[in-house]
Design a binder for this molecule. Structure first.
Ligand SMILES: NC(=O)c1ccc[n+]([C@@H]2O[C@H](COP(=O)([O-])OP(=O)(O)OC[C@H]3O[C@@H](n4cnc5c(N)ncnc54)[C@H](O)[C@@H]3O)[C@@H](O)[C@H]2O)c1
Length: 248
């Protein structure tokens, strides 16, 4: 019950890692605001969490991301934990990547996180709270056919480290997790690209029981740790949660 009496906002909460994180924080006592563009999915997760508030927004829109955050903080009456998890993944040959492809992936995966952080800062500082952003091992290793995604996720880590330094004197903490392959909807429906070289697609996790990918709960556990008082001495960290996918 590490979140008893605490408030938390989780983005991308309608599915996958965000859903698992919302359920975990609710089980540990948090009063939640859940945000996503998927209104029906959000409602289902909110009711599974008890009486969670819901906020429908589009992370591609920076102003909407900031407004959603202000609204969530006002309705919760403060903010102890902020989990920026919403994200999209697309595969495209770099030579085919249009300016619009680039702009959309950067807007959803990086710019929205910065706008949400800005809007949440006064409340996070007042609570000596914690922000956890969901990056990706792609941001550390690079990934074929998703250079925009890898660049955005590396940017999220740099953003968290920068806020960790700038706001360390306030006591607020800023960390990131880097999932490797996790069994969620984000990659489930991806068709192979024409001309794709399979040898360039990332290697699998190594850990027994996880060679097909991690479970959303594996990430929820890491996110909850960083958001909780168990991590009071942890700021500016990147916690890789990938079943050994990127070691060696
Ligand atoms: N699953 C993996 O293998 C993996 C690996 C590395 C990083 N990640 C990251 O984990 C995070 C969660 O992804 P997931 O795997 O749970 O996938 P998912 O597709 O199950 O969940 C993503 C959620 O984000 C929401 N979302 C997407 N675009 C949005 C937008 N424009 N506005 C508002 N909400 C939006 C979706 O509706 C969905 O509920 C993402 O940031 C993703 O990049 C996932």
């Amino acid at each position: 019950m590490r979140f008893q009496g605490k408030t938390a906002l989780v983005t991308g909460a309608a599915s996958g890692i965000g859903r698992a994180t919302a359920l975990r924080l609710a089980r540990e006592g948090a009063r939640l605001a859940l945000a996503d563009r998927d209104e029906a999915g959000l409602a289902a997760v909110a009711s599974a969490c008890g009486d969670a508030l819901t906020c429908v927004y589009d992370a591609a829109d920076g102003d909407a991301s900031a407004a959603m955050t202000g609204d969530a903080v006002a309705r919760l009456g403060g903010l102890d934990a902020l989990v920026c998890n919403a994200g999209v993944y697309r595969r495209t040959h770099f030579t085919d990547m249009s300016p619009q492809d680039w702009a959309t992936i950067l807007a959803v995966n990086l710019t929205s996180v910065a706008r949400i952080a800005q809007a949440a800062l006064p409340a996070l500082i007042a609570a000596r709270g914690a922000m956890v952003s969901v990056a990706s091992t792609a941001g550390q290793t690079g990934v074929a056919y998703a250079a925009h995604y890898a660049a955005a996720k590396a940017g999220v880590v740099a953003l968290m480290k920068s806020l960790a330094v700038e706001f360390a004197p306030t006591g607020a903490r800023f960390n990131a997790v880097a999932p490797g392959r996790v069994k969620t909807a984000i990659t489930a429906g991806l068709a192979p690209l024409a001309g794709q070289n399979d040898a360039l697609i990332v290697r699998p996790p190594r850990l027994a029981g996880r060679v097909d990918g991690g479970e959303p709960d594996d990430l929820a556990a890491a996110i909850a740790f960083l958001a909780s008082n168990d991590a009071l001495y942890v700021t500016g960290a990147l916690l890789t949660v990938d079943g050994g996918q990127t070691i060696g």
